[in-house]
Design a protein around this ligand. Structure first.
Ligand SMILES: Cc1ncc(COP(=O)(O)O)c(C=O)c1O
Length: 473
């Protein structure tokens, strides 16, 4: 369909078409996805949809017009502040997701530094572990802040000694994860907080993943290192309602220690012909649905619901981690502290990306990690029912790869391997850029439209190979 139909179609016909388009999508309801979707149950989804639909048209841009949305946002912020051990001064806003929370924190801290004239003609810098979510790199790029990435130690937490040395007069903020997306480990938040305090630098804890999980683990008896406002020096925290908060997509919370920080996030324009304009976050129009559904989710779950969810998810996580560690040739990386982990190969003869390919052929949707190479899992309640099957399939996949070592040099595995290891990192960026231009170009070249065509990694890898062969001729 490339133009608006001359005559509008019946609603039913359109909805049927839309249903049919879903057949090629990843099967999250069957527990086949290990990222992207946080699904609690069909019943909870039906409830969220009702809550979302009640506020389908409302716009939180103007809190005077929709006071109910302002009330939801305020209560969500207060509930989250309490959960994360904030005092009565903690303030914040809801955002459209983890990425918006990260973007806004960088922008607010840059503005704060500017207000204190903390940097002159040089570029402001932010300090973050290499494992920090890529949204921070995006924020650095958008707001022209230099990203200073700190290497990880063997346990995948940030190297504090190096972090300390990288602080200079241009540093406008530090961020660290609780936990990190790739390996599920919590950075040493208390130690970093002390450094931040001593150097008087704002410190953000990215708890987009852990904000609605770690506190409940603690409540059911797990030993969790302090990672929130309890830690001296923490000035802001992000926690995603649309992840383990089990709200609808489009909802995160960004909390600041007090208004002295949050005020730098606000945008006010007093001279616009359209009127005096004030906006608390990145978006103009702020959809009411995700805010309302976030509030509804937190009230429906209650502490008991979240604790029950954490218990169930951790039991499944333990089963998976133990199962994987029992398979000869595979090992979980580091010591994951939550329900997110990665595993790699301990044997040169087993290519982990080939294992990933076989698993994909068996219908599992698994993310590939690089540096070091691995497969990733983000465990949710729906995985309880499929954990045994996953482990059985993984065992089979492992045996198959052991018997067919040539798989490592074929198809996706070969290309993922090359993408992970090719020294010309700029080249990868260029090839991926070309892919995106095709996907978002006038012909919208999607893998879906060309089922016979090579997969994304193969196409990127082929481009890189062509480039290398041209230059080595
Ligand atoms: C730790 C962390 N921070 C930020 C984000 C970005 O969140 P979103 O995808 O909601 O924008 C993620 C996403 O997984 C994450 O795990």
């Amino acid at each position: 369909m490339s133009s608006i139909p001359l005559k509008g179609k019946p609603y039913d016909e359109i909805l049927n078409d839309m249903e049919s388009f879903r057949t090629q999508d990843a099967d999250f309801l069957g527990g086949r996805t290990w990222s992207l979707v946080y699904h609690l149950s069909q019943k909870h989804d039906a409830f969220l949809k009702k809550a979302h639909n009640l506020y389908f048209s409302e716009n939180a841009l103007n809190p005077m017009a929709f006071k109910s949305l302002k009330r939801f946002e305020h209560e969500v912020v207060k509930m989250a502040a309490g959960l994360l051990n904030g005092d009565e001064n903690v303030v914040g806003t809801m955002t459209s997701g983890g990425t918006e929370s990260c973007l806004l924190a960088v922008m607010a801290y840059r503005e704060l530094a500017r207000s204190k004239k903390r940097w002159g003609k040089v570029r402001p810098e932010m300090i973050a572990p290499e494992s920090v979510h890529v949204a921070w790199g995006k924020a650095a790029k958008y707001f022209n802040v230099k990203m200073v990435n700190i290497p990880l130690k063997d346990d995948f937490t940030v190297d504090i000694d190096i972090l300390k040395k990288k602080i200079n007069k241009n540093t406008i903020m530090i961020t660290a994860s609780a936990p990190s997306y790739p390996h599920g480990v919590i950075d040493p938040i208390e130690e970093i907080g002390h450094i931040a305090c001593e150097k008087k630098i704002p410190f953000h804890v990215d708890a987009c993943l852990g904000g609605f999980f770690l506190p409940f683990m603690e409540q059911i008896g797990y030993l969790i290192p302090a990672f929130d406002f309890q830690c001296k020096g923490v000035t802001s925290i992000s926690a995603d309602v649309h992840k383990y908060g089990f709200g609808a997509k489009g909802a995160s919370i960004l909390l600041y220690k007090n208004m002295a920080y949050l005020k730098h996030q606000f945008f006010i324009h007093q001279n616009w012909p359209g009127g005096v304009f004030a906006s608390p976050a990145l978006l103009g129009t702020r959809p009411g649905g995700p805010i309302a559904a976030g509030w509804a989710a937190m009230n429906a779950m209650g502490l008991n619901g979240y604790q029950h969810m954490a218990k169930k998810v951790m039991a499944t996580t333990k089963k998976l981690i133990n199962g994987i560690n029992c398979l000869q040739g595979l090992k979980v990386m580091g010591k994951p502290q939550m329900s997110v982990f990665a595993y790699g190969s301990t044997n040169d003869k087993i290519d982990i990306f080939a294992v990933g390919d076989v698993m994909e052929n068996k219908g599992w949707h698994i993310d590939r990690l690089q540096r070091p190479e691995g497969l990733h899992a983000m465990v949710t309640p729906g995985h309880e029912a499929v954990a045994d099957q996953y482990l059985l399939d993984l065992k089979d996949a492992l045996e198959f790869v052991k018997d067919h070592p040539d798989l490592a040099s074929k198809g996706n595995a070969a290309m993922y391997g090359m993408i992970a290891n090719v020294p010309f990192r700029g080249l990868i960026k260029k090839e991926v850029g070309k892919m995106m231009e095709k996907m978002y170009g006038p012909d919208c070249e999607m893998p879906m439209d060309n089922p016979g065509k090579e997969s994304l990694p193969v196409r990127i890898g082929t481009g890189i190979l062509k480039w290398i062969s041209k230059r080595t001729k």
